[in-house]
Design a binder for this molecule. Structure first.
Ligand SMILES: C[S@@+](CC[C@H](N)C(=O)[O-])C[C@H]1O[C@@H](n2cnc3c(N)ncnc32)[C@H](O)[C@@H]1O
Length: 391
């Protein structure tokens, strides 16, 4: 070992010592492991909500190394600095945030889930069987079945280090698709079958299109539409990688006319507040946006309804927790189109009560059949799904 290496190791030990002292004064427990690991992640296990402030708290962190190599020394120092930054960072909640969710859910429970969801994948059965891919992944990772999706698995490292699923050869070969566990629900509710004629109205990047294609076994007609050219390119890449067959169109969903579909998925553009636990992006949280999006969502749903065959199935979903983008949109459709009904969603997961009264407005009682899940229900993102039948 060269002198410079010794110097770096000494510097590292000095910094590490200071860091450890600081961390233990903050009740952060660092576990030092001599063994195989090259931890790069800083998972945050619990978050405390006090008033309007959310404080992320790092969980017990495993840092491992076989040798104090200089590359690794740098990496570890970076990790510790990251812990410092994140720990001292207090997130100021926007005005009205706490007040809104306090009325809609259990605020204390909700606040415990402000940390990123576990990574998950969906096996692409167009290319490989579930059991075969599971066996391959189990050689490298901890693999846990997602109860509501036979092809879905949570994937984590055995050593708590960060994993990069996108760079695995199985991902490049399209053997799996990285997809959040709750996002697998809408295609399950749509229940696509071979030979059907199906429209995915807001399709990019294609997580749900590729899931629909695999359930259709690439037989039938699947149209994947999106309004944005840049996102169409991503959609096409994902279809190609996974070997999913779909006709790609680019237009506002509202412009579909003179065609009729057996099933339509409207996975609508939304505020994405159900995923706020991953991004901690509170600065874009704005009730005015919810109203604007609600208008677009209603118009997409209305157009979808018009091009649905009689007896056809329309699934509406968002990764938003806002009643304006969910129950109120469905209520609007039910009022506007009398020959409509909502069907029960029989997916095996914990759910919360849909919102039936909002700002003194009483909604159609059939809305109780919709699926509303909060992050704390199943440790996923927040999601909303409605199963709408055209009579
Ligand atoms: C929530 S994302 C869809 C995610 C996608 N279904 C998936 O699971 O990968 C909503 C998409 O709707 C598209 N979009 C927004 N307005 C639209 C419109 N009027 N017509 C069609 N697509 C639209 C956006 O470009 C965006 O890609």
């Amino acid at each position: 070992m060269k002198n410079t290496d010794n110097l770096k190791i000494a510097l590292f030990c000095f910094k590490l010592n200071n860091s450890l002292r600081f961390l233990s004064s903050q009740n952060i427990q660092l576990v030092w492991v001599w063994g195989e690991s090259n931890s790069r992640s800083l998972p945050f296990s619990t978050t405390v909500c006090e008033g309007n402030i959310i404080t992320p708290r790092p969980q017990t962190q495993l840092i491992g190394t076989q040798h104090l190599l200089k590359v690794f020394v740098d990496a570890v120092i970076n990790h510790i600095l990251e812990v410092f930054i994140k720990m001292t960072e207090k997130i100021k909640l926007p005005i009205g945030f706490k007040e809104k969710y306090e009325k809609l859910t259990n605020w204390a429970e909700f606040g415990k889930f402000f940390y990123p969801v576990e990574k998950s994948i969906r096996v692409n059965t167009l290319k490989i069987s579930v059991s075969e891919l599971r066996k391959r992944l189990e050689k490298k990772f901890k693999v846990i079945q997602i109860p509501w999706c036979p092809e879905g698995f949570w994937i984590s490292s055995r050593y708590k280090n960060e994993i990069h699923l996108g760079s695995l050869e199985e991902s490049e070969q399209g053997l799996f698709y990285i997809q959040e566990a709750a996002s697998m629900i809408p295609p399950l509710v749509l229940n696509p079958k071979p030979k059907e004629k199906i429209l995915d109205m807001c399709a990019s990047p294609g997580s749900k299109t590729t899931q629909i294609a695999q359930y259709m076994q690439n037989k039938g007609t699947l149209i994947a539409n999106d309004i944005r050219k840049d996102r169409i390119a991503i959609l096409e890449r994902n279809l190609k990688r996974t070997g999913s067959i779909a006709v790609v169109t680019m237009q506002p969903g509202q412009q579909f006319k003179d065609v009729k579909f057996d099933k339509i998925l409207v996975d609508a553009p939304c505020s994405g507040t159900g995923t706020i636990r991953n991004t901690l992006n509170f600065k874009d949280w704005n009730p005015e946006t919810f109203e604007r999006l609600s208008f677009e969502q209603k118009s997409l749903l209305h157009s979808a309804y018009n091009i649905l065959k009689k007896g056809g199935l329309l699934v509406y979903s968002t990764c938003s927790m806002e009643p304006e983008e969910n129950e109120l949109v469905v209520d609007w459709l039910l009022k506007r189109h009398k020959k409509t009904n909502l069907e029960e969603i029989t997916i095996n997961l914990k759910r919360s009560k849909p919102i039936l009264t909002y700002n003194k407005q009483k909604l159609d009682t059939r809305i109780k059949k919709t699926l509303r899940i909060w992050p704390q229900d199943n440790n996923t993102s927040g999601f909303f799904v409605a199963k709408i039948r055209k009579l």
